[in-house]
Design a protein around this ligand. Sequence first.
Ligand SMILES: Cc1cc2nc3c(=O)[nH]c(=O)nc-3n(C[C@H](O)[C@H](O)[C@H](O)COP(=O)(O)OP(=O)(O)OC[C@H]3O[C@@H](n4cnc5c(N)ncnc54)[C@H](O)[C@@H]3O)c2cc1C
Length: 101
Amino acid sequence: MTVGVGGFLLKGGINGPGGTALYGIGANNVVRYTTVDADGEVYHIDEHGVTRLDLDMKEVDEVPAFKAKDLFFSMRLSGPSYGVTTEFLYKVYERPGTYGY
Ligand SMILES: Cc1cc2nc3c(=O)[nH]c(=O)nc-3n(C[C@H](O)[C@H](O)[C@H](O)COP(=O)(O)OP(=O)(O)OC[C@H]3O[C@@H](n4cnc5c(N)ncnc54)[C@H](O)[C@@H]3O)c2cc1C
């Protein structure tokens, strides 16, 4: 693959034959984003909620839950719309075969 992981997981994620059919696109396999918003605040965004981090990257407070799920799903294919994602936690799988182009 010749593309960056940022765009692959935020705007794409089609794998070689077998991969996408079995596991979905890359964007659907992200478990948690660490994202910096336009104000410089850093957040963990996952299916359970949105949590703000301090300068030591420790979780300090939760953003109200009603926003959380919406934002997690909205992150998929959003690219840079909500901020710059600096870390991705995502599921990995054993590949069914080798493929390159
Ligand atoms: C030769 C080639 C092969 C390809 N192969 C595949 C493939 O096998 N599977 C597939 O799914 N797609 C493939 N693509 C398409 C590719 O997934 C998209 O072009 C992808 O968006 C590229 O991501 P990038 O980070 O390299 O590019 P960029 O152009 O840097 O990023 C794409 C978008 O995501 C945003 N972005 C990138 N990183 C971040 C970040 N950390 N935080 C917030 N926003 C960010 C950028 O601002 C931009 O809007 C291929 C493209 C090419 C040219």
